[in-house]
Design a protein around this ligand. Structure first.
Ligand code: PHE
Length: 339
């Protein structure tokens, strides 16, 4: 474009702007002349191709055109330069997302469990991670020769202080602080000397449950089974059933180990349940009369059941997590998949 052509174009543009009589027309002219891809910016960009001697005069003329066009547009009510650029933006473009965190799978299992047992009248009890021998062992009818008392199985701090090996001491604390009936669950951390591998960790979580009632409302193993069956369905899905296998715990009599039917293969046998159709999830049983004596309850007057779930166990089967260590690495690439 020569200088003359530029002056002509400028005159034409000012005329057009002057003649524009609605906002849309003004906006169209703004885009045409001064907008990001308009004529004037294009001329500025093309300055390098203008012969050197003509460049100063040409540049000056372009700047004058821009100033006059903008003034004319502004007089017609077009946005100022800044606002004009903003209108150029694509308003349909999605905004910037701030990603929301998700709850850790262990937290989710604990919260969900509290909600499920809450519907059955259980409240949440709490106890310390640092326990004494009486609460963790003696009152739970655990004899001194029991392996879990051994230094190689338990984190001891002196003779009477240890990191609790189970959440069962909260049974003792709850009964010593309350008259029957009691109905509590207690989620929390537990500790055992253990080498870590895909299914073991020295620090893991349990959910303890305890229900004790008075003579007029005797508690039976059938009550225990129905509560755990309800929990299994709520937690793992409607088709899941429970199975009791005879077992031994010092503080329950009779004692059982609790299996859920495999929610993946529906009991047929698969990799998740190691082809057995069942997955072990808890220990349980009827509270041993000797435990009642230790906490000052009369075993002739009360009866009750207790159970203890492994939280990691439930999380791993519920979410299909093959390695317990993934639960402790806090790798967001893993955790965010479980949102
Ligand atoms: N405390 C037992 C364990 O850690 C589980 C359990 C709890 C068994 C309550 C019976 C009753 O293995």
């Amino acid at each position: 474009m020569t200088l003359t052509e530029l002056e002509n174009a400028k005159a034409r543009s000012l005329e057009e702007i002057g003649a524009a009589n609605d906002a849309a027309a003004v906006e169209a002219l703004r885009v045409k002349y001064v907008g990001r891809n308009g004529l004037i910016p294009a001329l500025v960009k093309g300055m390098k191709d203008v012969p050197k001697e003509e460049r100063p005069a040409f540049g000056k003329a372009v700047q004058a055109w821009r100033a006059e066009a903008e003034a004319a547009l502004q007089a017609k009510g077009a946005g100022a330069k800044g606002q004009g650029e903003a209108v150029d933006a694509d308003l349909t473009m999605p905004g910037r997302w701030r990603s929301l965190g998700v709850k850790h799978p262990l937290t989710r299992v604990i919260e969900e469990s509290a909600a499920i047992f809450g519907k059955l009248g259980f409240t949440v009890a709490d106890g310390p991670e640092l326990e004494n021998r009486f609460n963790n062992f003696t009152a739970l009818n655990t004899p001194p020769h029991h392996p879990s008392m051994d230094r190689s199985d338990t984190f001891w701090f002196g003779d009477d202080c240890l990191l609790r090996t189970q959440t069962s001491p909260v049974q003792i604390r709850t009964m010593m602080a309350n008259k029957p009936p009691v109905r509590v669950i207690c989620p929390g951390r537990t500790f055992r000397r253990d080498t870590t591998d895909a299914t073991h960790s020295a620090n893991f979580h349990q959910i303890e449950g305890l229900y004790v009632d008075c003579k007029d409302k005797p508690v039976s193993l059938a009550d225990l089974k129905s509560v755990l069956a309800y929990f299994a369905k709520e937690m793992m899905g409607a088709g899941v059933t429970v199975r009791f296998r005879p077992h031994f715990f010092p503080f329950t009599e009779p004692s059982v180990e609790v299996d859920f039917s495999c929610h993946v293969c529906k009991g047929k046998g698969c990799n998740v349940c190691k082809q057995s159709g069942w997955i072990e999830v808890a220990g349980a049983g009827m509270v041993d009369p000797r435990v009642f004596k230790f906490v000052g309850y009369d075993p002739e007057e009360v009866s009750g059941y207790a159970f203890g779930f492994g939280v990691e166990r439930i999380a791993m089967i519920k979410y299909g997590i093959p390695d317990i260590r993934w639960l402790y690495e806090n790798d967001v690439r893993f955790l965010s998949q479980l949102g």
